[in-house]
Design a protein around this ligand. Structure first.
Ligand SMILES: *Cc1c(COP(=O)(O)O)cnc(C)c1O
Length: 409
């Protein structure tokens, strides 16, 4: 074997030794609450398909029609020659859904974050992140070259301290709180980025307070609504809409791959923002447009989410969430979920994997989430509910949870 592969095998061995090795699990079925893996049907609580739209007949029909009318592939970046009718329809559908002046679809949420943050910020700017923001935002902030500061999860005081420092007012306390450089930053612009519903903890950001802070310091705000879109707020428009603070948020981001039931990502905001991104977001400019089928399915998904069927599905989802949180074994710590993500805290990586394996033995798929998705030693089960789960499904996972672990530690 080559020295290259030898070195990688050594690195993989270290990953295994740390209980952090990952493997792709092949589904032998469609996405849904029942999936087949290795010839066995499992009841799945692993997907982010919160409304069960990934397998909805309307989305499938829309995708098939798009293939027939616009082709299987997109052929080029949208700026070169790849902007097909489903892509323009999708930009418009997102803007309408978000109640924003304009929107732009990207090939994923990840590339939306990378393209947008790197277009907006460089080394003259400061980016301020909630400690728990998604990897796509962390990677984007690093890649942008901006000065980075991180505030403890949802900690408004820490955020304010950083904003004061970034505005040039300075604060020696900054170094005491482990935030580094005590000198005032005098940034050109300050961009705060947070999520609305956090992907691994399932809680929500204090958006109203963050908007008030960012306005008093003249900062910009970007909110990632990946796990709120379709699930939270009037017509599933997200947390910013529910709290009525959308106008105070310069940049809203989301994915089309979770509740929307397709794949892709988006940015919504002012016409100027979207025109700027079309000119400067490298992950938009230098990447082939998503396939017409994905764009058309996303348009259909957004349509359902905003219609009466979306309200009905959100109602079902809320019932399942209440059933689950009302029925978990007494000592299981499940914080009151803001959306459909129910993290069950375990701690040690190997124990989280053991519990996940034991559930799987009982025919239930609940992934163990480990570093680097969450901090070391804070491994957990991440259970997600969907409107497509039945009351019996929830009953079954509750029974299995009680059986696989003595939760009364
Ligand atoms: C999933 C996710 C993304 C990335 O979206 P994709 O479309 O899957 O690339 C971004 N932010 C958060 C919070 C996410 O959970």
């Amino acid at each position: 074997m080559s020295r290259f592969d030898d070195e990688l095998m050594d690195r993989l061995q270290a990953i295994r030794a740390g209980g952090l090795h990952r493997q792709i699990r092949q589904l032998e079925s469609a996405q849904g609450t029942r999936v087949r893996i290795a010839g066995r049907e499992l009841l799945s609580f692993a997907s982010n398909d919160y409304l069960g739209l990934a397998n909805h007949p309307d989305l499938k029909r829309a995708a098939i029609r798009a293939v027939t009318e616009a082709g299987a592939g997109s052929g080029a970046s949208r700026l070169i020659s790849g902007s097909l009718m489903p892509h323009d329809a999708l930009d418009q559908a997102i803007a309408r859904f978000k109640g924003a002046p304009a929107a732009l679809a990207f090939s994923s949420g990840y590339t939306a974050a990378i393209g947008t943050i790197c277009a907006l910020c460089d080394s003259s700017d400061v980016i301020v992140l909630d400690k728990l923001v998604h990897a796509s935002i962390v990677d984007a902030a690093r890649l942008s070259g901006a000065k980075l500061r991180v505030f403890a999860h949802n900690d408004l005081e820490k955020l304010q301290t950083i904003l004061r420092w970034a505005s040039g007012a300075g604060s020696a306390r900054l170094s005491d709180s482990g935030q580094g450089d005590p000198r005032p930053a005098r940034a050109r612009n300050v961009l705060i980025v947070t999520e609305s519903i956090f992907s691994m903890d399932g809680d929500r950001a204090p958006l109203r307070e963050i908007v008030a802070l960012k306005e008093s310091f003249g900062a910009w705000l970007m909110v990632d609504e990946a796990h709120a879109t379709g699930v939270i707020g009037n017509g599933g428009r997200g947390l910013a809409d529910e709290l009525g603070v959308g106008a105070g948020i310069e940049i809203q981001m989301g994915t089309l791959g979770k509740a929307v039931g397709s794949s892709g990502g988006y940015i919504s905001g002012s016409r100027a923002l979207i025109d700027f991104l079309i000119n400067r977001a490298r992950s938009f400019i230098f990447s082939t447009a998503s396939v017409p089928a994905a764009a058309a399915a996303a348009v259909a998904g957004l349509g359902l989410i905003g219609a009466a069927e979306g309200d009905m599905l959100r109602g079902l989802l809320r019932e399942r969430i209440a059933q689950f949180t009302g029925g978990v074994p007494g000592s299981v710590s499940v914080p009151l979920p803001a959306g459909a993500i129910l993290p069950i805290s375990i701690g040690p990586e190997d124990e989280a994997v053991r519990v996940s394996d034991a559930l799987r033995e009982r025919g239930i798929l609940v992934p163990a989430i480990r570093y680097p998705s969450v901090p070391r030693g804070r491994a957990r089960l991440r259970l997600t509910l969907s409107a497509a789960h039945t009351a019996e499904d929830v009953e079954q996972v509750l029974e299995a949870l009680s059986a696989v672990r003595a939760w009364q530690v």
